[in-house]
Design a protein around this ligand. Structure first.
Ligand code: KIV
Length: 285
């Protein structure tokens, strides 16, 4: 998709209607936003996964609206063409409609063009209110990491027919509430396909099989910077952790051996300065 991807463009991207699968990746800072832009992805999700992959927490429950706004702003400063999605963190859309709308607005003012809200039918009231404030919303069903304590961990969802039907009903409800796209996470491939077929808005999968309208992965998983744990649905396209260790190991070794900095990395002392310091003819080589 070309420059400055818009919400209506994404909303119209249904594979069943001939669209190409959508590409979403997370990013949390300006350099990764520039990389995602240069790679031509359609959407950048400033996900609350920042808590785990960047800030070192064990779950996503620790980040606040201010944390998310900080990272959204960093991504937005790169002025990337992909649509910027601000992830609403836990407790930012659970207390009251007023607080929910204000929190969504904080992410928009930080530079997001839309927000994402985790959870099924019980989020409908809040999603309608955000939408009524002219803020586009993406829903998120299936494995919702903010519910990890209720789910007993990061567990695959929709594993029986009842749960598949419940998740499809939730997806339809979120579409009716005004969501322009959905993320479906951590469900068997048949559930990913049935949810995708059940709604007219694009469904972006993560661990939901190949029959969705697009895919999303966490940036650090794609480039191989997160190398501690690889969920089944992740494909690593790089070895960033190993590459960066190699770079820093070479730097360390060069500093210790005196090989860095060399002449090309040094501001030379001018003859005038050397003379005025009484060092003429004895500058360092
Ligand atoms: O925060 C995040 O990275 C997400 C994706 C896993 C969809 O919500």
């Amino acid at each position: 998709m070309s420059s400055n991807v818009t919400v209506p463009q994404i909303e119209a991207s249904k594979v069943a209607n001939g669209a190409k699968p959508l590409v979403m990746v997370t990013a949390y800072d300006a350099p990764s936003a520039r990389v995602a832009d240069a790679a031509g992805v359609d959407m950048i999700l400033v996900g609350d996964s920042v808590a785990m992959v960047v800030l070192g927490y064990d779950d996503t429950l620790q980040v606040t609206v201010d944390d998310m706004a900080h990272h959204v702003a960093a991504v937005a400063r790169a002025k990337p063409a992909p649509l910027i999605i601000g992830d609403m963190p836990w407790m930012s859309f659970h207390v009251s409609v007023e607080e929910t709308v204000r929190n969504a607005a904080t992410l928009i003012r930080a530079g997001a063009q839309c927000v994402k809200v985790e959870g099924g039918r019980k989020r409908i009231k809040m999603i309608e209110a955000i939408r009524a404030a002219e803020i586009p919303v993406i829903g998120h069903v299936g494995l919702t990491p903010q519910s990890a304590n209720v789910m007993g961990g990061f567990k695959i969802q929709a594993r029986d027919a009842h749960d598949v039907r419940r998740t499809i009903a939730a997806a339809k409800g979120l579409q009716a509430a005004g969501c322009f796209a959905l993320v479906v996470e951590g469900v068997p491939d048949i559930a990913g396909q049935m949810i995708t077929d059940a709604v007219d808005i694009p469904v972006i999968g993560i661990g939901a099989g190949p029959k969705t309208d697009g895919q999303v992965l966490v940036y650090h998983d794609v480039i191989g910077l997160e190398n501690r744990f690889k969920p089944r649905f992740v494909r690593r396209y790089g070895t960033a952790f190993e590459d960066q260790v190699e770079s820093l190991t070479n730097y360390t070794s060069d500093v210790r051996s005196g090989a860095f900095p060399g002449r090309d990395e040094t501001y030379k002392t001018s003859d005038d300065l050397a003379e005025s310091l009484g060092l003429y003819g004895s500058q360092p080589t």
